[in-house]
Design a protein. Structure first.
Length: 218
């Protein structure tokens, strides 16, 4: 029941005032995520369902203390059903490894679970349709640190229109966790200059410091 209480508090901290009480909430994180992914199959809650091949739910450790959230799947992710497996995903893997984290020990997902046409940014109604599922993922995992990749994910999670250039470089309260925005790996691939690389490295080091600090005081 302690885990159940923590889940309720996490939903409250994320701003959710109502929570359907079902048997899934008495399960462990891995079982809750599996059940949630099963519930999402065949989802038609927004127009993205019309063009997708697969629902890209998430991957990694259900007990992760750090969750990475991007904006949405691309073509490679839509084909394979896994997040961040294309060029941007390869860069993300290297970014995590630079601060001694592997993909197996974090959890990676997106703000929307279906690929937007032409890799455009997810629209507000699409983000809203997926928001309850993302909130359930986070409530199940209960991370200590959230690393938000890019302006779309950062703005949606923090409920702000502030640009990523102003959001990054800071620790933002996020329920019982903290959220650290940084540039999306796809942006870094399109803008390979040293200045963006330096700023992203500073964000990663900040995330690692918060990760270590919050784990030490748990």
């Amino acid at each position: 029941m302690a885990a159940f209480g923590a889940t309720l508090r996490h939903h409250r901290d994320l701003g959710l005032s109502r929570l359907p009480i079902e048997g899934d909430y008495l399960l462990g994180p891995a079982e809750v995520l599996t059940a949630l992914e099963r519930r999402l199959q065949g989802c038609q809650r927004c127009k993205l369902c019309a063009g997708r091949n697969t629902i890209v739910f998430g991957s990694g450790s259900p007990q992760a203390d750090l969750v990475v959230i991007g904006e949405g799947p691309g073509a490679d992710e839509d084909a394979q059903g896994l997040p961040f497996v294309g060029r941007a995903g390869q860069l993300l893997t290297r970014m995590l490894e630079a601060v001694q984290l592997s993909r197996d020990e974090v959890y990676i997902c997106n703000a929307v679970k279906c690929r937007p046409p032409g890799n455009r940014n997810p629209e507000s109604d699409e983000l809203a349709a997926c928001a309850p599922f993302l909130a359930e993922q986070l409530a199940s995992i209960q991370p200590k640190v959230v690393l938000a990749l890019g302006s779309v994910a950062s703005q949606a999670l923090l409920r702000t229109k502030e640009p990523i250039g102003k959001l990054r470089g800071r620790v933002h309260p996020f329920g019982a966790a903290v959220l650290i925005p940084t540039f999306h790996p796809a942006f870094l691939l399109r803008n390979p200059g040293q200045e963006y690389k330096r700023m992203a490295w500073e964000d990663l080091k900040l995330a690692r410091r918060e990760y270590d600090r919050r784990r030490a005081t748990a």
